[in-house]
Structures are given as C-alpha cells and as structure tokens.
Design a protein around this ligand. Structure first.
Ligand SMILES: *[C@@H]1O[C@H](CO)[C@@H](O)[C@H](O)[C@H]1NC(C)=O
Ligand SMILES: *[C@@H]1O[C@H](CO)[C@@H](O)[C@H](O)[C@H]1NC(C)=O
Ligand SMILES: *[C@@H]1O[C@H](CO)[C@@H](O)[C@H](O)[C@H]1NC(C)=O
Ligand SMILES: *[C@@H]1O[C@H](CO)[C@@H](O)[C@H](O)[C@H]1NC(C)=O
Ligand SMILES: *[C@@H]1O[C@H](CO)[C@@H](O)[C@H](O)[C@H]1NC(C)=O
Length: 434
C-alpha cells in the first residue's frame, strides 16, 4: 500500500492532527469555561450520552452517536480493538483518524477509518460508514463484516474503499457504482458472484481489485474504457474472450492479473498496444491461438504469464527480444517452435516452455497428446493476418511515436522497475492487507 502515493495523503494529515490531539485536549481541560455545566470532565469515566460530553468540534459530536450505535452491533471483537471507543476523544479511538475537512480547515472531522486486521464481526456496516459525512477512506481488510455494502454517495470526500477478506456475498456491490471521487476499490477475498457490471469500467478508478471472488460471465465490451492502472480479476470464473477494447488502455494500464479464470478465445492483437504494461498474467485459462507478434511492442513488460492455456504455433522471436522481461512463462501449452533468441531466454531462466510440443527440448508433452491437439482442436483465430503485424515497427505512425523514447526511458528506469515488478498486484493474491 505504501507504493500508492495517492493513498498516503489523507493519512499523513490525519496522523498529524492525531498527534496534536492530546495537547489540544489538555489546553481545553485546564480551562473551566470551555467545559460546560458539568465542569472539567477529563478524563471521562464511563460512556455518557452525547449532551454530557464536550467535543472538540461539532462534527465529532455529530458522529459520536453513530459510532456508539455501531459499537453496540459488534458481535465479536477478539482483539479488544473497540475497548477505547469511549468518551468524546473520538480521534484517539483505535482505528479512527481525524483531519481538517477541505470545506473548513478550522474544523476537525473523522476522515479515515482503518480497521485492517481487527477481526470484528457485525451484521452490517450500513448506517455506520455511510453516515460519517467527512469520511474519505474506509479500510476494513480482514474482518468478518457482511450484509449489504453501504451506499457512500452522500459522502462528498469519499475516495478509498477496502472491504477485502470479509464475509460479503451476493451481487457486485452496486452502491459503489457512480461514486465520482472513488479511486481505489478493493473487494477481493469475499464471495461476490454474478457479473462484474460494465458501469464499473466507466468509472474514474485508479485501482480495482476484485480477485478471489466468484464472479462469472464475460468481460464487458466497454472493458477498454477503464482508466485503472492496477487491475486484478484473478481467481474468479470469468468466461469469454479478452475484449479487443483492451487496446484503448495503451497509456494507463500498468499491471493486470487475470490468472485462474475460464477466459477463452484468441489473444487480441490489440494487447500489444499497452505500452505502460509491466505485468500481464493470464495463466491457467482457456486461451487458444498463436501469440500475436504485436506483443513484442510491450516495451515495459517484465512479467508475462500465459502458462497453462491452449496456445500453439511458434514463440515469436521478437517477443523474446524484449529487454525488460524477467519472467516469460509459456509452460503447459502447445507451442512447437522456439528460435535462437528465445533459446537464450530459456538458458537464462527467463523463458519457461516446459510441457509444450517443441521437438528436442526436455520436459515436453507426449507426441500423442500434441498430435491429437493439432488434429482435433485447432481453429483459426479472427483477423489471422493481424498476428504477424508489429504495430510499433510496421506502422509509420507508431514508429514516429515510439522511436527515440525507447532507449532513453530504459536507461533511467531499469533499476527502479526491476525492484517493484508485480509488487502491487501480486500481493493482492494473499488475503491480508498488503
Ligand atoms: C479560559 O478562561 C478564561 C477565563 O477563565 C478566559 O478569559 C479565556 O479566554 C479562556 N481561554 C480560552 C482558550 O478560551
Ligand atoms: C479490553 O480492554 C479493556 C481496556 O483496556 C480492558 O479493561 C479489558 O479487560 C480488555 N478485555 C479483554 C477481554 O482483554
Ligand atoms: C469552521 O469550523 C469551526 C470549528 O468547528 C467553527 O467554529 C466555524 O464556525 C466553522 N466555520 C464555518 C464557516 O462553518
Ligand atoms: C492510444 O489509444 C487511443 C485510443 O484508441 C489512440 O487515440 C491513441 O493514439 C493511442 N496512443 C498511443 C500512444 O498509442
Ligand atoms: C514466473 O512466473 C510464473 C507464473 O507466475 C511463476 O510460477 C514462476 O515461479 C516465475 N518464475 C520465476 C523465476 O520467478
């Protein structure tokens, strides 16, 4: 998470006000006139009602009953995280973070919630998270929350939602659709099922993690409308082909995990347009056809996994020439040929072609299995002529755009990218906060 800079902003501010809090409170407590009819009530002994307490800000008084009502619905708190959710000092409750809201920098409000790993159980978050008017971030990885996902549309600053590794089920949470400020959505490791609604791909998200659910159905045609940088759809039961519109993500998509689904059809030529792509993992699906030569335009690609599919023909030498590749996994397919450039990558441990149909190489499928596949299952892909085209080289427009920058960018970024490859998306494949 530390790698996503947009995530850190609100938390930095929150922790500043969080640290100042004890000081501010002691000032207020020393001054009797600030403390209302009951006199100095600090420290407060037991949870009183809202009108018996003195709050630093009206906004904290407003959310106090909401938090206390939610606390009463919590059915399990094995780590005793809610023990200090008592009294008016909401900004020091475990898991709550305050900040000055953008509409009034003199005010103090609950801006962030981070319940990651708290193991809390409650029947619903509705009426709680959606009733904290200044909430910007709600993180609740690894709890036992269930019920309907709240509707955050009243929260004007809300931009990050993480409800991963909880007990949510049912359809994709439609309440997150249309949230214009939402940039981070993580619902992985729940039991959501059905289709991933097309509307989510029209939303201005930067991060979308929906891996390890039970989603079925095809990827919608407007898949290529999403501006996300990091996308994980792995470990669901998605079907159908990779939409050709994926080519529109040429300037945005950085990492995408599609492994362990039931995606089928041929690899669209347009995949080669994704010049920002560093990680593409579609291992263990049902893809067939040859590898399009356009893949050799994936200049920044480091991890490319097509293992355990039904791909065939030769491995394009141009693909093996990509200089940032650290892992090209083509094992368990039906490839029949690798040239000298690719053989070098096999030697250096970058290219894995075990369990294919390549004569003379070790650890290949049986001749019988290969022959059967080639005789029975091969179907032509649509637009067969596109498989030979290398858009960044064969087309004048592309040449113009790509030439020159290639050498320059490589020198500077190589060491940085080598260290962070797959760091963000691959960590989503474990249940816990990453
Ligand atoms: C504290 O109380 C005194 C009078 O007892 C008052 O003059 C002063 O303004 C108060 N301080 C603050 C910060 O309100
Ligand atoms: C929970 O924390 C409170 C306050 O720190 C303490 O009094 C209580 O004994 C704790 N309960 C458990 C079950 O640990
Ligand atoms: C801003 O917040 C402060 C502290 O709550 C409050 O005293 C002030 O009236 C607010 N200003 C506006 C314009 O609402
Ligand atoms: C990226 O795709 C868009 C839409 O398809 C296109 O207009 C644009 O020229 C492409 N950019 C590059 C750098 O290829
Ligand atoms: C390459 O990627 C595959 C698929 O993700 C993985 O199983 C394998 O361990 C990786 N190999 C290396 C050397 O990192």
């Amino acid at each position: 998470m530390e790698n996503l800079t947009f995530f850190n902003i609100a938390f930095t501010y929150s922790s500043i006000s969080f640290l100042l809090l004890p000081f501010l409170l002691s000032v207020l407590c020393q001054n009797g006139t600030e403390l209302g009819p009951e006199g100095c009530g600090c420290p407060l002994p037991s949870p009183p009602s809202v009108d018996e307490l003195i709050f630093r800000d009206i906004r904290l008084a407003v959310v106090y009953p909401i938090i206390q009502a939610f606390k009463r619905t919590i059915t399990a708190d094995p780590l005793n995280k809610t023990a200090n959710w008592v009294g008016s000092d909401i900004c020091s409750y475990t898991g709550f973070y305050c900040d000055n809201p953008p509409d009034n920098v003199s005010a103090i409000a609950v801006a962030g919630i981070d319940f990651n790993g708290f193991l809390l159980s409650a029947p619903t978050l509705q009426g709680f998270a959606d009733n904290l008017p200044d909430l910007a971030i709600f993180h609740a990885n690894s709890n036992r929350f269930s019920g309907s996902v709240p509707d955050f549309s009243k929260l004007r600053y809300f931009y990050e939602l993480d409800i991963s590794n909880n007990a949510f089920s049912g359809a994709f949470p439609t309440t997150v659709i249309g949230l214009k400020e939402l940039s981070f959505l993580d619902i992985r490791f729940n039991s959501f099922a059905g289709e991933i609604p097309p509307e989510i791909f029209n939303q201005p998200l930067e991060v979308l993690f929906v891996n390890n659910n039970e989603f079925t159905a095809k990827l919608p045609e407007n898949f290529g409308s999403t501006p996300v940088l990091y996308l994980t759809l792995a470990n669901n039961r998605l079907t159908g082909p990779i939409p050709r519109s994926i080519g529109n993500l040429n300037s945005t998509l950085v990492e995408v995990l599609l492994l362990n689904n039931k995606l089928s059809g041929c690899i669209p030529y347009e995949l080669g347009f994704l010049k920002e792509l560093t990680v593409f993992d579609i291992g263990s699906n049902l893809l067939t056809g040859p590898l399009p030569c356009s893949l050799s335009c994936l200049d920044k690609i480091e991890l490319l996994n097509f293992a355990n599919n039904l791909l065939y023909w030769e491995v394009p030498e141009e693909l093996c020439s990509l200089t940032n590749l650290v892992n090209l996994s083509l094992s368990d397919n039906f490839f029949t040929k690798v040239g000298p450039v690719c053989r070098k990558l096999i030697k250096s441990g970058v290219l894995d072609v075990r369990q294919n149909c390549i004569p003379g190489l070790p650890d290949q499928k049986s001749l019988h299995e290969c022959a059967e596949f080639y005789l029975k299952y091969i179907r032509l892909c649509p637009y067969p002529s596109s498989y030979k085209i290398i858009p960044c080289r064969d087309n004048a427009g592309w040449n113009h755009h790509w030439g020159g920058t290639k050498a320059e960018t490589k020198a500077g970024t190589e060491t940085e990218t080598k260290n962070k490859k797959g760091l963000i998306t691959y960590k989503t494949l474990s249940r816990h906060k990453f």
